[in-house]
Design a protein around this ligand. Sequence first.
Ligand code: GCB
Length: 648
Amino acid sequence: MSPKLSACWVALGPLLCSCALALQGGMLFPRESPSREVKALDGLWRFRADFSENRLQGFEQQWYRQPLRESGPTLDMPVPSSFNDITQEARLRNFIGWVWYEREAILPQRWTQDSDMRVVLRINSAHYYAVVWVNGIHVVEHEGGHLPFEADISKLVQSGPLTTCRVTIAINNTLTPHTLPPGSIIYKADTSMYPKGYFVQDTNFDFFNYAGLHRAVVLYTTPTTYIDDITVTTNVEQNIGLVNYWISVKGNEHFQLEVRLLDEDGQVVAQETGDQGQLQVPGANLWWPYLMHDHPAYLYSLEVRMMTAGPVSDFYTLPVGIRTVAVTESKFLINGKPFYFHGVNKHEDSDIRGKGFDWPLLMKDFNLLYWLGANSFRTSHYPYSEEVLQLCDRYGIVVIDECPGVGIVLPQSLGNESLRHHLEVMEELVRRDKNHPAVVMWSVANEPSSALKPAGYYFKTLITHTKTLDPTRPVTFVTNTKYDADLGAPYVDVICVNSYFSWYHDYGHLEVIQPQLKSQFENWYKTHKKPVIQSEYGAEAIAGFHEDPPLMFSEEYQKALLENYHSVFDQKRKEYVVGELIWNFADFMTNQTPTRVIGNKKGIFTRQRHPKNVAFILRERYWRIANETRHHHSVPRTQCLGTRPFTF
Ligand code: GCB
């Protein structure tokens, strides 16, 4: 283990150092193919939280060297899941520090014997800092809880007679002023008030800092010469769909590449050879958002085949949607047509699982989005799982892809160390999500303290760098500051603004909403001349609370507040307002505070996905807007998910 790591932890300070390597090669989603196998390590893992005073017992006693049960008692912990809400132990729910996960994987014999095979361990999300060992040997570390990382473990598993391997992952959920999101550890040293050694984690964001192995852990194989990365950009010129591709191959310099593009019927519509080129598709079926076209979300398959002089070949198939995205002074265009975001903000959050990935939950959410007539969402406030984006590609749900830059309010969080990490995270995010047609914009932060002095340099660098990482997509950052004090606004392509009129101020005074909202839009537009999205608005309602005349926290108040916003949206969407995203899709867990009643209740659905009254208001509205923008005929409301083939 890195000595830096332990030294820093004692101080509970910036333990999260640059020991984790950010970018090495591509990060293609592990898919089975004739040359690749995938083995999921989901299920029960052995688990222990290190409750020792300095939280370092696990490293001091080297728990990774032997099976975890030999160093003390273990719990059974499901993966994927947050660990917080699984047991009945309050101290585990609120635990800060290192937790240890371990499981054994049985490897097919050929994986351990075939030296032409690469075996890779991939962790799709470990929040927040992770150290990984295989059979007691350190293989990788990673900082950041929402993006995948991996280690080539071929040498380890192919070096002996073993056909099992023991994977140990230590995860630390501590946030510091330089992590993303940031946080700080506050010591309470007054022993007349607090127990000895007492500390808490302080954060400035409004969701519970769930931790653990939130997404799948998989082992997968590739040949030793392999397709490492594919980048696709698309364009349309005179009815010809253009698919530009770049492929990187690792392991050997001598190889050949064949690339074929297949339509949804499996017919080859274009082919090429070589590691970069352009495929041309006359009369291409474009990728359209849900409700904007009779056949939304058309996906081609890009089949890449790599051959070497020897027997080795590698195959990888990538879904590709052909579409364009552009921004004018007052419009957001998809395939040259004005696109209006009528959608939601979400969280990865549910009962028991916390932020753990769950297929039934995911499918329920997509069914609800279709039911609602929502055509978009923002991944507030961190990157969601890759499976979510794959479903967005498949169902035509447009995504504003946000990085975990939330709660940036301390001046220390705007210095060089933070900026360096923030840039790395954007690189990891773009590398992971660049090929999703559903992703139409990057969001580099949510409500940072952009009026603080160092913020000007910070956000200029962050936004301009993101544009160089991906020149094909607009960039935004989400603000709630004043239109003339916002130091990021000059550099973004679209202004995303959050506001909570008659909620966080002018409590109970619904009559202030319309004038305040109008001035908000007019001021932002006048100052920056860029399209504006209302990226958050909403009110809390505890399902089943009713009051008329409406009072705060009742379903009636939530409804009346929304209706006031909507009447201004309806005026301004004729001009330069290009979207409205309700806060929030569903109720979600937060830290305990006197302003939160077991979590944030601004959902239009409860945490269990039951509709509040306002869900029906929004449904009427979204379908009405969808039908208006389609001009020709109305869209049938019964939509059925999952009728077309889908490759994972
Ligand atoms: C915001 C934040 C979001 C909060 C929301 C609220 O502005 O972006 O994370 O949950 O307000 O409900 O306070």
